[in-house]
Design a protein around this ligand. Structure first.
Ligand code: BDR
Ligand code: CA
Length: 313
């Protein structure tokens, strides 16, 4: 089983991704390191605890991490008004975050993994502040990280949060740039790919029909907050961006990818604009695997199938 840390800012699609991971026997989820992003840290932490609670996997620890970005002023997600998930959407959990800081947890886990010769995968689903702090403060942790699978960036699907930027990179571009330049193998899951898989109301209903308490919580979240954008996608449904990072670990054959040099602008009007140099025009050795395409039906069915495992527990 692949040892995995989930670094997240729940968040609706983070919630789906976390549940998918917790349902998947291929993955050994060591813990959730939580960061501010979609909503402030106190809310992302409550939401993470609630999600772990409805999964029944109460042994999986939740760690609170960075409350804001490294340099820029803080921005929150499009659904910031959600705040902490209300009790009628996701039941209260009784789970508390661990005492240890999320950055310490990442450092400790990566060092243990390096010593054991079994490096960990980190799925990054929010602003990458926690990861950047771990890598700056203790560069040796890179040796314990097999790969960072980062949902973030946009290369042609621009105009998500600003005319140039995708939210996770926009919210902490300095952190993203530190991670991109860290030397750790990076898999970039950009909007260009996540926009290809749209979950309709019918897909969302199947979470509740088959997924027990976890599935009902997901249904409540996704049916309460409309994520469709017909003007943009030309058809009904909305992406569940963050869950693609988990699907990549389980079924890489659902995806197409290319090597590239990836980076981001950290200041000015185009802050958070990500570039991918596929043709090595910059004369830099590619630092990333950029995932360009996804098998829509394969990914959607996999997520639904994994959530339905909670119903059979
Ligand atoms: C990313 O930003 C957040 O709104 C989502 O949780 C996802 O991680 C998509 O741009
Ligand atoms: Ca997220």
């Amino acid at each position: 089983r692949q040892p995995v840390i989930i670094d997240a800012d729940p968040g609706l699609d983070d919630a789906a991704a976390i549940l998918m991971a917790l349902a998947s026997p291929e993955l050994d989820v060591l813990g959730l390191s939580i960061v501010a992003g979609n909503v402030p840290l106190q809310d992302t932490v409550v939401n993470a605890c609630k999600i772990v609670g409805v999964s029944g996997r109460t042994e999986v620890p939740v760690y609170a991490g960075a409350a804001g970005p490294l340099v820029r002023e803080q921005v929150f997600g499009k659904y910031a008004r959600i705040g902490a998930f209300s009790d009628d959407l996701v039941a209260r959990s009784g789970i508390e975050p661990s005492e240890e800081h999320a950055v310490r947890f990442i450092v400790r886990s990566a060092r243990e993994a390096a010593r054991a010769g079994e490096p960990i995968t980190i799925c990054a689903m929010g602003p990458m502040t926690n990861l950047a702090l771990a890598l700056i403060q203790h560069p040796d942790v890179a040796r314990g990280i097999r790969q960072i699978v980062s949902m973030g960036g946009a290369f042609t699907a621009l105009g998500h949060r600003t005319p140039w930027a995708e939210f996770n990179v926009l919210a902490d571009p300095h952190a993203a740039e530190i991670v991109y330049r860290s030397g750790v193998p990076i898999v970039v899951m950009p909007l260009d790919m996540t926009f290809q898989a749209l979950f309709t109301a019918e897909h969302v209903r199947s979470f509740s029909a088959r997924g027990g308490a976890a599935g009902r919580a997901l249904y409540n979240l996704f049916s309460t907050f409309d994520r469709s954008d017909i003007a943009r996608f030309g058809r009904p449904g909305g992406p569940i961006h963050d869950a693609t990072t988990i699907a990549w670990l389980i079924r890489p054959d659902f995806f197409t990818s290319r090597k590239a040099t990836v980076g981001t602008q950290v200041t000015g009007l185009t802050m958070g604009y990500t570039y991918a140099d596929f043709y090595q025009k910059m004369d830099r050795t590619p630092n990333a695997t950029v995932v360009t395409d996804v098998d829509e039906a394969g990914f959607i069915n996999l997520l639904i199938e994994r959530i339905s495992l909670f119903g059979s527990a």
